[in-house]
Design a protein around this ligand. Structure first.
Ligand SMILES: Nc1nc2c(c(=O)[nH]1)N[C@H]1C(S)=C(S)[C@@H](COP(=O)(O)O)O[C@H]1N2
Ligand SMILES: [Mo]
Length: 334
């Protein structure tokens, strides 16, 4: 965000990163054709960017579909309070190829690079000011807490939005399980980070406050809406969306929802967080969606609602206070 001097997010030519695997697949493909004797006529392809050429497109479509083709989650209920909102659900393939996950790069097109995230044997440590600290295995978490599907509006601080059908469980269920002590006032959430793996080009510079961390007041975490997602669109969470466990805080800007959580700590004071540490003026700790409070570099009065493909397009909509969830959370801030 800060580091990329924003508006380029909206430019159509936002295809800087040709992910390595795609690049190598294309090279191999071309070599094969040359070997078969038809090389000369297709050589110009080598100068094309993958996303625009017919060859690259199908390779990348196949890889995208593979990244979304995950085990279905069947043991779930639909929460009747959250089956729909006034806007249509964003198409799965759009949501799955337009992401923020800076560990894997500084553009929206990190979905392929994010496939490097190692999700095997995932553990989540819950610790700090609690009577009952736990280290959960991800399958154990999915068994222990009844799963439900919730359709929520999603609003990024960069003024784009989607509607996403998450699967997971309310954060308050975890609070009940670990029993915070009366000293616990805040909660810190930490994302997976391994500098050997999470190498977004340019995002590796020592001054960035990795790992990605976020925080909530404990009353915010206990709110009915605060959610841990383990799935989306009926199946397990794709890596680009923050597999296998990510935060969903629908009344706050998207950056509050840390992905690929490995640690949850109950604390007595407000923790430092990733974007707030980088620039507290642009990314305040509370970060509630608010049409009347402009970001220092752009208005938040409207948003670009992304819902229908195939290409990236959007409808301009008015931003809703608390992203439309004031009736649930307004009392937390009065
Ligand atoms: N670990 C981690 N979590 C993160 C981010 C990130 O860069 N790293 N980006 C945040 C931002 S700015 C947004 S808008 C959402 C994007 O979620 P999505 O890609 O699943 O739509 O993830 C949030 N969680
Ligand atoms: Mo965001």
């Amino acid at each position: 965000m800060t580091l990329i001097r924003i508006p380029q997010i909206w430019s159509a030519s936002e295809n800087q990163i040709t992910a390595e695997t795609l690049y190598w697949n294309r090279r191999r493909f071309i070599k094969t054709l040359i070997g078969a004797g038809i090389g000369a006529s297709i050589l110009p392809l080598a100068g094309c960017d993958s996303s625009n050429s017919a060859v690259g497109k199908s390779a990348s479509q196949t890889a995208l579909e593979a990244s979304l083709d995950l085990p279905k989650i069947t043991n779930l209920t639909q929460n009747p309070a959250f089956t729909k909102v006034q806007r249509p659900i964003t198409e799965e393939k759009l949501a799955g190829q337009y992401n923020n996950f800076y560990e894997y790069g500084g553009t929206k097109k990190i979905w392929l690079n994010a496939q490097k995230l190692p999700t095997e044997n995932w553990k989540v440590e819950v610790t700090g000011l609690v009577n009952n600290p736990q280290t959960y295995d991800i399958d154990e978490l999915k068994q222990k807490f009844p799963l439900e599907e919730r359709v929520y509006r999603f609003r990024c601080v960069e003024a784009w939005s989607m509607v996403l059908p998450w699967i997971g469980f309310p954060m308050k269920k975890l609070i009940e399980a670990v029993e915070p002590t009366s000293k616990a006032k805040y909660v810190r959430f930490t994302s997976f980070y391994d500098p050997e793996i999470t190498t977004g080009p340019g995002f590796h510079i020592g001054s960035l406050p990795w790992p990605y961390q976020e925080g909530l007041r404990i009353e915010e975490m206990a709110n009915e809406l605060a959610f841990f997602a383990v799935g989306i669109y009926g199946h397990d969470l794709p890596k680009q969306h923050g597999a296998p466990l990510r935060m969903v805080i629908p009344w706050k800007y998207g950056f509050k929802g840390a992905k690929s959580i490995v640690k949850i700590e109950f604390l007595d004071s407000q923790p430092a967080t990733y974007w707030n540490t980088i620039d507290s003026r642009e990314y305040d700790f509370e970060a509630n969606v608010n049409p009347n409070k402009p970001h220092p570099r752009w208005s938040q009065a409207t948003e670009k609602f992304i819902s229908k493909g195939p290409g990236l397009s959007w409808d301009i909509k008015e931003t809703l206070a608390y992203n439309g969830y004031g009736e649930y959370v307004g009392h937390l801030y009065s």
